[in-house]
Design a protein around this ligand. Structure first.
Ligand code: ADP
Length: 466
């Protein structure tokens, strides 16, 4: 086992990794940017090194600075968390060349799955269903129009190097396609340094279902069932649950096996997630593979009892998976996660950074809070707006929802705006309670709320005229 790990991240995931290391008797090194000096991960780690200024490019994405910190502190391994350098194959290679273990898959696996367009092709060749669309980058508008005509509107333009819900554009007709193509290519070039875009058929009301995998270097690969991440805003996840109310054991097995197939095609090791869209007719399609630990990994831990971060560390250290047989992977009860973001849900989820004056995290049976926030902590404007994850575990979905509602009532984060109020709305919404939500759930729910408001505003008016 490693004796010291550097955590190349910040926020709740840095804490999560430091906690796993503590329990495993592994020492930790935190890295931080200048304004993060007072962050919880800096205090909890055994050592901490400042790696640069606020902008990520100068700190959490600054490879020379991070490698220097690793060398000064003499660590054996680096855990990249999620985001930042976690899916950067070049960084994984540099770690390797410096004799520092990168806790994640091989640079080859990261690279193969990092280009979403190439990953589609890998999946297709492995016999995994993909959404109809282009095999290669779309060159010009004529090619785009031809493909869209073939697969029929609506279609979605996606950046090959995209991620985090960015770089996607839905087009319902030719005019929109032509205008969107140019901007999509340009934006992809600016945002990701790679202007390649591809086109897929746009599924109108899918569910987002993903399969968590673990693979060691001894040939064992298992799936830890699915997560349902259909509740999204702007194609970014807001609520996740495991298992999915839409997946039975037959479908679970089928999707699990397809996920393993995609991962095996690139010789995958460590933790990873294969994402699918599931149509109402039960057909599912590969969309991408995330070659890192995911934000929502905790709900899978709650239903399986498997500590994914510890498994990641053990795998990287050359150990075998703690559970190696698929039929021995537990599935107990139901777990739900609400992402608590510093955002204003009533104002198109615009970021709401600032100082937290009052903070009270919920507790009690079935509640887990992973957060780096505390009273007096300032949510910085430079980074991701997520300030924590509220996870609950109940014997069944109904119980999990009840625990979540109770926990959301207890959660106090003031005076900044957070997503807590919208989570309360989601938990009581009949469509969510029936488990019948698709990726358009939030848009529909907010549409209903607007209509209700309009009605309320209209009522006194009518009364007056009467
Ligand atoms: P990212 O890498 O940016 O997260 P994904 O490819 O994983 O992008 O897609 C994110 C979300 O965008 C999906 O969960 C889904 O809601 C939506 N989406 C992506 N592709 C399609 C598609 N072909 N049809 C409908 N929705 C899609």
């Amino acid at each position: 086992m490693f004796s010291k790990i550097l955590v190349a991240n910040r926020g709740e995931i840095a804490l999560r990794i430091i906690r796993a290391c503590r329990e495993m008797g592994v020492r930790t090194v935190a890295v931080y940017s200048v304004p993060d000096a007072n962050s919880a991960h800096v205090h909890l780690a055994d050592e901490a090194v400042c790696i640069g200024n606020a902008p990520s490019s100068q700190s959490y994405l600054n490879i020379p600075s991070i490698i220097s910190a690793a060398e000064i502190t003499d660590v054996d391994a680096i855990h990249p968390g999620y985001g930042f350098l976690s899916e950067n194959a070049h960084f994984a290679e540099i770690c390797e060349s410096c004799q520092i273990k990168f806790i994640g898959p091989s640079p080859h696996a990261i690279r193969s799955m990092g280009d979403k367009m190439a990953a589609r092709e890998t999946a297709r060749k492995a016999g995994v269903p993909i959404i109809p669309g282009t095999k290669e980058a779309v060159k010009d508008k004529d090619e785009a129009l031809k493909i869209a005509k073939k697969i029929k509107y609506p279609v979605i333009i996606k950046a090959a190097a995209g991620g985090g819900g960015r770089g996607m554009r839905v087009c319902h007709n030719e005019v929109r396609l032509v205008s969107a193509l140019m901007t999509a290519q340009h934006e992809a070039e600016v945002a990701f340094g790679n202007g390649a875009v591809y086109i897929e058929k746009y599924l109108e009301r899918p569910k987002h279902i993903e399969i968590q995998l673990l693979a060691d270097n001894h040939g064992h690969m298992i799936y830890l069932h699915e997560r349902d991440c259909s509740i999204q805003r702007r194609h970014q996840k807001l609520v996740e649950e495991a298992p999915s109310p839409a997946v039975d054991w037959k479908l679970r097995r089928k999707m699990g096996e397809m996920a393993l197939r995609a991962a095996k095609a690139v010789g995958y090791t460590n933790a990873g997630t294969v994402e699918f869209l599931l149509n109402e007719d039960g057909q599912f399609y590969f969309i991408e593979m995330n070659t890192r630990v995911q934000v929502e990994h905790g709900i899978t831990e709650l239903i399986t009892g498997i500590d994914i971060v510890k498994e990641q560390i053990r795998i990287a250290a050359g150990e075998k998976l703690s559970i190696r047989k698929q039929d021995q992977v537990p599935l107990i009860g139901h777990a739900i996660e609400c992402r608590i973001n510093a955002e204003d849900p009533t104002n198109n989820f615009s970021p709401s950074p600032g100082k937290i004056e009052r903070y009270n995290a919920p507790g009690g049976p079935g509640v887990r809070v992973d957060s780096h926030a505390y009273a007096g902590y300032t949510v910085l404007p430079y980074y991701d707006s997520m300030i924590g994850k509220l996870m609950v575990h109940g014997r069944n979905r109904g119980e999990a929802i009840a625990i979540m509602q109770r926990a959301l009532e207890e959660f106090i984060i003031e005076p900044i705006k957070t997503t807590i109020p919208i989570h309360k709305e989601i938990m009581k919404h009949p469509v969510f309670r029936r488990g019948q939500m698709f990726t358009d759930f939030i848009d529909r729910m907010q549409g209903e709320q607007r209509t209700d408001k309009d009605k309320l505003a209209a009522e006194p008016q009518e009364a007056k005229t009467k």
